[in-house]
Design a protein around this ligand. Structure first.
Ligand code: 9UX
Length: 93
């Protein structure tokens, strides 16, 4: 079967690269959480957003680790989703 770029290794590679999503690994401090339920709620709210993957909230360290596609979702979008359910998220710099 033919597809654009077939027969040319350089073109194939370029097409793959153009379609790749670069996920940025990020860590946030979350304030206002007092039990595991809070952590689960933050995790659920952020997982719903487009452009995030592998969202893990730790009640022990009061942090949230995730991967973000910068072309789809901003740090502020994530902070707003967390704020909406009553917590605060700040990117660890
Ligand atoms: Mo736990 Mo959080 O009872 O909003 S769920 S303190």
């Amino acid at each position: 079967m033919d597809f654009p770029g077939s027969g040319c290794i350089l073109k194939q590679k370029k097409l793959q690269t153009a379609g790749e999503i670069m996920m940025k690994k990020e860590l946030f401090n979350i304030t206002g959480m007092h039990c595991a339920g809070c952590a689960a709620n933050v995790e659920r709210a952020v997982k719903k957003l487009q452009g995030v993957a592998n969202v893990y909230v730790s009640i022990a360290s009061k942090t949230m680790a995730l991967e973000r596609d910068p072309k789809t979702v901003t740090v502020e979008d994530i902070a707003a989703a967390v704020r909406k359910i009553g917590f605060k998220a700040e990117l660890v710099t």
